[in-house]
Design a protein around this ligand. Structure first.
Ligand SMILES: Cc1cc2nc3c(=O)[nH]c(=O)nc-3n(C[C@H](O)[C@H](O)[C@H](O)COP(=O)(O)OP(=O)(O)OC[C@H]3O[C@@H](n4cnc5c(N)ncnc54)[C@H](O)[C@@H]3O)c2cc1C
Ligand SMILES: NC(=O)c1ccc[n+]([C@@H]2O[C@H](COP(=O)([O-])OP(=O)(O)OC[C@H]3O[C@@H](n4cnc5c(N)ncnc54)[C@H](O)[C@@H]3O)[C@@H](O)[C@H]2O)c1
Length: 501
């Protein structure tokens, strides 16, 4: 995705005092007409769709958002980011109480897990947040239609509402934000009881004694951590030769060791070739990815987390002629326009990282372009975080990717073992790794493994966005004692020498 010039974007940003004038200019261009036709219609109310809807309304567009599930927030709020992070936090607290409190002189006895209470807390978090978005729609005057949308023409969407009626929503611009769904595996039928997707894994009613996870990616490692911390024996079967294949190799190796120390078992270079659910549990037949001798793994529950696939089912894309690629992703240009005039797409349904914050950025940029402004998303600088313990966060290129470009580079590292805050709290696993161009010292990638890596990474994200050098970070005064000082020291190690090792 082309990167817009930030300075230009700043220059073109709307001051609130200009909003009225701007809205008037939209009207004079035929927008916000006062008829029942919308300026912008969005199909899908996930992080891409609902953020695009709010931003469009804020820009003066008459906006309608159509969502089929009866709750806003999409996969992320309902069955993704939020419930998984709620369970990760609760299970972490249990694990800490059981295994770490005593080291800090906190004695607790009879630490027990109350699964119903844990699920209730997760459900409360989800429902508060989804209702919050409805509130934001009202505040911003976004019309919310609850139902399944399908194209009748490039400017008309027929909606089967959840009340059982049908209505047609018209728009000058229609944005497809229908997200993604679980990628199924041949011969493995998800029943959300014994064989579950992430959705089922977020709502199990009993702690499985044995959990087998298919796919060592984001979902497998996060959900495997949740259930492993509260008692499941977790085995992860991964087709590739490594876990999270997109991660920097050095960080990935340390990460795998850490998960193994926590009890997670890995069967790498292995594929599932058969599933038998006829007995009490599940029997999985696996064999080496390249073929070979078959073995059986037994499980009470199997989680299928081998990726997600764009969701466009029932939209009638064929009817209006919207082009997709071989794996069903909608093809768009740098302004998120499809090949059909007036139809756009954002989020998980188009190419790029399948992440909530990326979908949000797409949504904002797409409607900014519609408003004649300059949108901005740079897929090379989207941070990624695996919310395990420790967390692993990264932004920019891995060392392997930099090597492939042929650019000469330097690497600076700093372990949390040498960070005073990490030692003070007795949580010093992990490191910061910075990769910078040798000639210019420009930062190319930052990788962090630490308990709060998902928060620490944003300093690096800003640095990358502003083309900073490692010396730029190193010369910024960082508060003491903080984990962030490890980022500064890693930066010092990149262009010169660190102080504390
Ligand atoms: C278990 C799990 C954990 C995750 N954790 C994270 C995380 O921690 N951080 C992160 O960044 N990402 C995470 N993700 C990924 C994140 O959820 C997605 O990247 C994000 O939700 C994509 O947003 P979206 O708006 O493109 O699509 P979605 O969130 O999928 O929203 C699309 C919406 O469109 C609706 N829809 C579809 N078709 C129609 C139709 N025809 N008519 C009306 N409505 C329709 C759907 O009901 C859905 O609500 C996680 C995903 C999962 C499954
Ligand atoms: N923390 C987060 O940001 C977060 C959390 C959860 C999900 N997500 C998003 O949701 C998407 C889907 O998550 P996911 O974990 O399902 O996918 P993933 O792409 O992260 O990982 C899938 C893994 O399954 C492996 N795999 C594929 N086919 C296989 C097979 N037949 N047998 C064994 N292994 C196989 C792949 O090699 C890969 O390692 C992610 O790509 C991510 O974008 C993000």
């Amino acid at each position: 995705m082309a990167m817009a010039n930030l300075a230009r974007r700043k220059g073109s940003s709307l001051l609130s005092s200009e909003t009225l004038r701007y809205t008037f200019s939209l009207r004079s261009r035929g927008f916000a007409s006062g008829s029942d036709e919308n300026d912008v219609v969005i199909i899908g109310g996930g992080p891409g769709g609902y953020v695009a809807a709010i931003k469009a309304a804020q820009l003066g567009f008459k906006t309608t958002c159509i969502e089929k599930r009866g709750a806003l927030g999409g996969t992320c709020l309902n069955v993704g980011c939020i419930p998984s992070k709620a369970l990760l936090h609760s299970s972490h607290m249990y694990h800490e109480a059981k295994h770490s409190f005593a080291n800090h002189g906190v004695k607790v006895s009879n630490v027990e897990i109350d699964l119903d209470a844990m699920m209730a807390q997760k459900n409360k978090a989800v429902s508060n947040l989804t209702k919050g978005i409805e509130g934001l729609f009202k505040k911003n005057k976004v019309t919310y239609v609850k139902g399944y949308g399908k194209f009748i023409s490039p400017s008309e969407v027929s909606v089967d509402t959840i009340e059982g009626e049908n209505t047609v929503v018209k728009g000058k611009h229609i944005i497809i934000a229908t997200g993604s769904d679980v990628k199924s595996l041949p011969g493995v039928t998800i029943d959300e009881k014994k064989i579950v997707s992430s959705t089922g894994a977020l709502a199990l009613t009993e702690i499985p004694k044995k959990l087998v996870v298919i796919g060592a990616g984001y979902i497998g490692l996060e959900m495997g951590s949740v259930w492993g911390r509260i008692g499941s024996e977790v085995t992860v079967v991964e087709f590739a030769s490594e876990i999270v294949p997109t991660m920097d190799a050095e960080i990935r190796k340390q990460f795998q060791r850490s998960l193994e120390k926590q009890g997670m078992k890995f069967k790498l270079k292995t594929k599932v070739v058969g599933v038998d659910t006829s007995g009490d549990g599940v029997k999985l037949t696996v064999e080496p990815s390249a073929g070979g001798e078959q073995t059986i793994i037994e499980a009470d529950v199997v989680l299928v987390s081998a990726g997600r696939t764009p969701f466009t089912s029932g939209l009638n894309l064929d009817k209006i002629g919207v082009e997709t690629d071989k794996i069903g992703r909608i093809l768009v240009n740098e302004r998120f326009a499809t090949n059909v005039s007036g139809v756009y797409a954002i989020g998980d349904v188009i190419p790029g990282p399948m992440l909530a914050h990326k979908a949000e950025e797409d949504g904002v940029a797409c409607v900014e372009y519609l408003a004649g402004k300059v949108g901005h998303v740079d897929y090379d600088k989207v941070p990624g975080v695996v919310y395990t313990n420790p967390e692993v966060a990264s932004v920019g290129k891995t060392e392997e990717q930099v090597k492939e470009t042929g650019v000469e580079y330097r690497v600076g590292k700093f372990p949390f073992m040498a960070n005073s805050r990490a030692k003070a709290i007795d949580n010093a696993e992990g490191l910061v790794k910075i990769i910078a161009e040798k000639e210019t010292d420009k930062i190319l990638g930052v990788h962090i493994m630490a308990p709060n890596a998902g928060e620490l990474i944003h300093e690096a994200a800003i640095a990358l966005q502003y083309d900073a050098s490692s010396e730029d970070i190193a010369r910024v005064c960082h508060a003491h004692p903080t984990m962030s000082e490890a980022v500064k020291e890693a930066a010092m190690a990149t262009y010169d020498k660190p102080i504390h090792i």
